[in-house]
Ligand binder design. Structure first.
Ligand code: ADP
Length: 401
């Protein structure tokens, strides 16, 4: 069964077509960009490694979706003969607010709830809705499923998700911790437990999704009970360009001194800070590691800060769960940076982590254990695959419920 996975942004559509047999296979992936501008473009790649690129006018998401479907069914670079072969469409949805605790079949009620969450994700949710409407236009008979970044974290207790602000503001505006990267945290924790032969629902797990955006989650007995991203994806650990945790007073001070408007400040905390801000050079972990190796003190400081901040979350989540059985590292940095993994994990004996540096060194993009066999706490690297989770949920929700 073929499932189309869509991640619609305001001017882009990322897509993957997956064949969801007993071993799911990626058949094609690509990206439509510059929707609504004068000239849009599509870049497509199929499972025969053929690439296809085109530039054309893409005035809206419906035209963008049509372009994707043409690429998928093209005689040369396509991967299916007819659109009838697409049995379901899964949409990544950034924000489900307090409405959604799991993935759902899209209907009018779901659409209106996603609309109600537009305030909470003003850049993302409206774009996802455009994608859903475009699919309804073009493939009206095909079931669509919404998979939310936030839903896995809806199990958090109020003591984790409430902020210390007047309660009435929570009631009025729903200001609280939501958390993001939920599909990834759930997927890597379950996959690690499968590999270890453990029951996911009986363990304390800390998942560290460290990519350009980064978040850490405490999972107890299969439920997210705390996560580092909050009301927005700015809170938590230090990221490529986002601050992560920052004294609110410092932000107000900077806004005053630098005469920033609210929109300036929003762009500042999202785009100018994090590792890019401290290093004043790069948001990319590879660049920073290279610079640090060449002796750059600033790059070294940036790496030290990054590791320190992740360590603090691991320690605090172990504390709130009364111990941890498994720590999972994922995302571009978690999966590939042996340097950063060592900085974060090699000095955690107090917690019961016996880090195996021989296994860690040069390990990239693999599912592997990087703690010693006698380590009380297991540490694993697990490759995440958010599109696969979306496709799996689409099959489950649309066909197996
Ligand atoms: P996104 O959040 O955009 O999906 P990724 O999960 O792809 O990001 O992670 C991107 C980060 O992973 C970048 O900081 C990049 O430098 C880092 N990364 C990728 N490969 C390596 C590597 N071999 N060593 C160190 N860092 C890496």
């Amino acid at each position: 069964m073929n499932v189309l996975v869509l991640n619609c942004g305001s001017s882009s559509i990322k897509y993957q077509l997956l064949e969801m047999g007993s071993e799911p296979e990626l058949k094609a992936k690509g990206l439509v960009e510059r929707i609504g501008l004068k000239i849009g473009c599509l870049a497509h790649k199929n499972d025969r490694n053929q690439k296809y690129e085109t530039e054309t006018e893409v005035p809206n998401h419906t035209v963008g979706i049509k372009l994707v479907l043409e690429a998928l069914t093209d005689k040369d670079h396509g991967v299916i003969e007819s659109l009838n072969e697409i049995k379901g469409v899964g949409h990544r949805v950034a924000h489900g607010g307090e409405y959604f605790t799991k993935s759902v079949l899209i209907n009018d009620d779901v659409i209106s709830k996603i609309e109600n969450c537009c305030d909470l994700a003003p850049l993302h949710n409206p774009a996802h809705l455009l994608g859903m409407r475009a699919i309804t236009d073009v493939l009206p008979e095909v079931p669509q499923v919404a998979v939310f970044d936030t839903s896995f974290h809806q199990t958090m207790p109020a003591s984790s998700y409430m902020y210390p602000i007047p309660y009435s503001l929570y009631e009025q505006y729903k200001i609280r911790r939501y958390g993001f990267h939920g599909t990834s945290h759930r997927f890597v924790a379950e996959k690690a437990c499968d590999i270890l032969g453990w029951n996911f629902e009986e363990k304390n797990i800390i998942t560290c999704h460290l990519g350009n955006g980064a978040s850490i989650t405490a999972i107890k007995n299969g439920n997210s009970i705390d996560t580092s991203m909050g009301f927005t994806p700015v809170e938590g650990v230090m990221m490529g360009t986002r601050t992560g945790d920052l004294d609110l007073g410092a932000l107000l001070f900077i806004m005053e001194k630098e005469k920033m408007s609210i929109s300036d400040a929003n762009s500042f905390i999202n785009k100018k800070c994090g590792t890019a801000g401290v290093s004043e050079n790069s948001s990319d972990m590879r660049d920073l590691q290279e610079d640090a190796e060449k002796g750059s003190e600033r790059a070294k400081l940036t790496l030290d800060m990054y590791a320190h901040r992740v360590k603090k979350y691991i320690g605090s989540y172990a504390a709130v769960m009364n111990g941890v059985d498994l720590i999972v590292m994922t995302g571009g940095i978690g999966e590939n940076s042996d340097v950063m993994r060592k900085m974060i994990l090699s000095d955690m004996n107090y917690l019961g982590v016996e880090f195996d540096d021989a296994k860690n060194t040069d390990l990239r993009g693999e599912d592997a254990t990087i703690s010693k066999p006698n380590s009380k706490v297991k540490v694993m690297t697990i490759t995440t695959d958010e599109e696969l989770v979306i496709a799996m949920d689409t099959v489950k929700v649309a066909f197996r419920n």
